[in-house]
Design a protein around this ligand. Structure first.
Ligand SMILES: N[C@@H](CCC(=O)N[C@@H](CS)C(=O)NCC(=O)O)C(=O)O
Length: 293
């Protein structure tokens, strides 16, 4: 085992704000707002404040899937929250999500508007509101929600554990990488076994469990997270790969991945979405073209 540390925890932990690592500048041990910044409000019933991380993508995929079904009441404005700049600590955002994490949603179709936070609850809220992507029978609904909650409980080991220590920590430490790689591979095996006997996660049909789990584990096996596909030997999870590719091919999933994206190829970045036409006219390549004229 390499990188043994001789760190001895003090009696009382104190915050040293610059401890290194990719998120050192935004992580802090205190909740609440740090500055005044009201949130913008657009014209649609739903106001989403987010970023195209896997947790954010869950919600934009869900909106685009609802719109793909011609459910026009699911129209939404997607505003960009730059978490690396600390936008999640503005007072407007904290009023919508006291936990200062994207995604956060306001449903203005009701008065007063309803706030919804935690991506799993946003998926459930929209699925119930529109009667879509959530099975109706007690048995199937429960199976779907078991997997939705599985994702919410399991993914912190993948993101906060494996991803953090493999990709973001200031140095590579064998102990945490080993521990969280083991757990991540175990989780992939759980999914692989489930998908060996089912087309989709909770049975024969695509639903919010697939949307939630695909955003993380689907994108992981497609090589989009942490540059870890080879390290995790993702090709050994053949059923997960088959499922991930089939969801990746859905038009709504492609659009959902584009919304609130600030990195990657300009054609894939629709930093804010206020209209269905924005996908054709307001991606970063189109904006750059207009500015260069
Ligand atoms: N359990 C939450 C997790 C949300 C979350 O961790 N969001 C991250 C981006 S993926 C975030 O906003 N981080 C900002 C911060 O930690 O300050 C959910 O699923 O909505």
């Amino acid at each position: 085992m390499t990188n043994k540390s001789d760190y001895k925890p003090p009696k009382v932990w104190t915050w040293i704000s610059e401890n290194g690592g990719t998120f050192a500048k935004i992580n802090r041990p205190i909740a609440g707002a740090t500055h005044d910044k009201p949130l913008p409000v657009g014209k649609h019933p739903f106001q989403l404040y987010s970023l195209a991380t896997p947790n954010g993508v869950k919600v934009t995929v869900m909106f685009e899937e609802l719109l793909q079904m011609n459910i026009h009441d699911a129209e939404y404005d997607a505003w960009l929250i730059k978490i690396r700049d600390g936008d999640q600590f503005g007072n407007g955002f904290v009023e919508v999500n006291p936990n200062s994490k994207i995604p956060a949603l306001l449903d203005h179709s009701l008065s007063p508007p309803i706030r919804v936070f935690e991506s799993g609850n946003i998926l459930l809220y929209l699925a119930e509101k529109f009667g879509a992507f959530l099975p109706q029978s007690t048995a199937e609904r429960s199976e779907c929600l078991s997997w939705l909650f599985w994702q919410m409980g399991s993914t912190p080991y993948l993101g906060g554990g494996f991803g953090h220590f493999y990709a973001y920590a200031p140095s590579k430490m064998e102990y945490p990488i080993d521990r969280f790689t083991m757990e991540t591979k175990r989780q992939l095996d759980v999914l692989n076994r489930q998908l060996a006997i089912n087309d989709y996660i909770s049975g024969a049909d695509y639903n919010i469990a697939d949307i939630a789990i695909w955003a993380w584990y689907g994108q992981l096996v497609l090589g989009r997270l942490y540059k870890a596909a080879e390290f995790l030997d993702v090709k050994s999870y053949g059923h997960v790969l088959r499922w991930a590719k089939s969801i990746d091919a859905r038009p709504a999933v492609l659009r959902g991945r584009m919304v609130n994206r600030v990195s990657g190829i300009p054609e894939m970045q629709l930093r804010e979405r206020h209209d269905a036409d924005d996908f054709k006219t307001n991606t970063q390549d189109k904006i750059a073209n207009r500015l260069s004229k």
